[in-house]
Design a protein around this ligand. Structure first.
Ligand SMILES: [Zn+2]
Length: 113
């Protein structure tokens, strides 16, 4: 489960930003997860709770937004929305796909009260 490592890195990133921006408190953190990033949004929330437990960030609201990724079929050229559970071309059922978008995980917003 690499979500744990990601949350750990995210925690460090949030702390770094809070320090740079001199944020005393944070009320909400929003991350955007691409559907082709391989990260499961539900695991992200669980891991975030695990890594922030007992820290100054444990009560911060953690929001995971899923961004639909797109892929292109190498067989017929069709472009479509894709995620890890539907990795087939809707037109020709081919499975040779190139991901176009949705492979990223981004820290979208840190909200201070
Ligand atoms: Zn196709």
């Amino acid at each position: 489960m690499h979500e744990l490592g990601i949350c750990d890195a995210l925690l460090k990133m949030v702390r770094g930003i809070a320090k740079d921006e001199e944020l005393e408190e944070i009320s909400r953190i929003t991350v955007e997860v691409g559907s082709l990033s391989g990260v499961v949004p539900a695991y992200m929330s669980d891991c975030w709770i695990a890594v922030t437990d007992g820290t100054e960030l444990q009560d911060v609201e953690f929001v995971v937004e899923e961004l639909k990724g797109t892929a292109r079929c190498m067989d017929c050229g069709e472009e479509f929305e894709a995620d890890f559970e539907h990795l087939r071309c809707p037109k020709c059922r081919g499975d040779k796909l190139i991901p176009l978008t949705g492979r990223d995980l981004t820290l979208k917003e840190i909200l201070a009260p």
